[in-house]
Design a protein around this ligand. Structure first.
Ligand code: 15L
Length: 291
């Protein structure tokens, strides 16, 4: 049985994937938060922004699903550490440990500034809608470099929105059900001819904005369609910001921060001893929050 590393395993996407892949693979979970591994799982706690952590996590695995990082638009420093440095560490640790196959969770936000009346495929020029989107484009570029330069096998999934049901009108076009995601991920792990591929991680949605022919070519046949939820979703939809309505990326095109569905717990700074009079460089006694 293959051993598959999943970073960011404690997030929403990771949680669905664990359930879906259970029994098919030995799962090595990694996350900055502590997770309780289930049957067939092991856990390595680690921060993607720390190369040593990623070197430990990638040791001896057959493939690596990189979900870890900051998952929405947010402050540049968070995006920089978690998604730029973190993504570099993921690819570099995999390379050093001889893990050839990486599945990178990129996002619809790498191309979120395409309009909703456009249908785009995997070859269109990138149009990120946010710093977060730029970080996903960075990951795709890094994947391309590691494929060409080091012979790695890189499967970039521009994921829409993963959930048991689509949550609003925009998500009717980009929704992916957990079982379709598992099908796509399994192709990414098992397909013998992956060098560098970009596919859209979406179900078979009637309202899709994507020509996902590249995924079809690789054998992806999603079984779910958001249309079965459309009437219910549209009935509760409220009119939104005009720019958000125009572009595929929705609120990411104008917001400086999107609510993070899985915020990383801020680590408490170690308690400091009160300064001893006369000693140089003593602590101030103030506490400092850090990631
Ligand atoms: C993403 O890339 C995010 O990771 C996720 O939290 C959702 O915001 C999703 O896009 C979306 O566009 O709905």
């Amino acid at each position: 049985m293959k051993t598959i590393l999943i970073t960011g395993a404690g997030g929403g996407v990771g949680t669905h994937l664990r359930q879906q892949l259970a029994g098919n693979y030995a799962l090595r979970l990694s996350d900055i938060r502590r997770l309780k591994p289930g049957a067939g799982e092991t856990f390595v706690q680690g921060d993607v922004a720390n190369l040593d952590d990623m070197l430990r996590a990638t040791q001896g695995v057959d493939a690596f699903v990189h979900l870890g990082g900051y998952s929405v638009e947010g402050p540049w420093e968070d995006i920089l550490n978690a998604n730029i440095v973190g993504c570099y560490n993921a690819f570099e640790a995999a390379r050093r440990n001889g893990v050839k196959r990486i599945l990178f969770a990129t996002s619809n936000h790498a191309v979120g500034f395409y309009r909703r009346d456009q249908v785009i495929d995997h070859r269109v020029y990138i149009r990120p809608d946010s710093r977060y989107g730029v970080s996903k484009v960075f990951g795709e570029a890094l994947g391309s470099l590691y494929a060409d330069k080091y012979g790695m096998e890189v499967f970039c999934m521009r994921i829409g929105n993963v959930g048991t049901v689509p949550i609003d009108k925009r998500r009717l076009s980009i929704w992916i059900s957990p079982r379709d995601l598992a099908q796509l991920v399994t192709i990414g792990i098992e397909h013998p001819d992956i060098r560098f591929e970009i596919v859209y991680g979406v179900s078979n949605n009637r309202r899709s904005w994507y020509d996902n022919g590249n995924a079809t070519r690789l054998g992806y046949h999603p079984v779910d369609d958001s249309e079965s939820f459309a009437a219910e979703v549209l009935a509760r939809e409220q009119p939104g910001d005009a720019r958000a309505e125009m572009y595929q990326g929705g609120a990411f095109v104008h917001s400086e921060a999107i609510e993070n569905p899985a915020p990383v717990p801020r680590r408490r700074a170690p308690r400091v001893k009160p300064r001893v009079a006369g000693r140089k460089g003593g602590a101030t006694g103030k506490s400092r929050a850090s990631k």
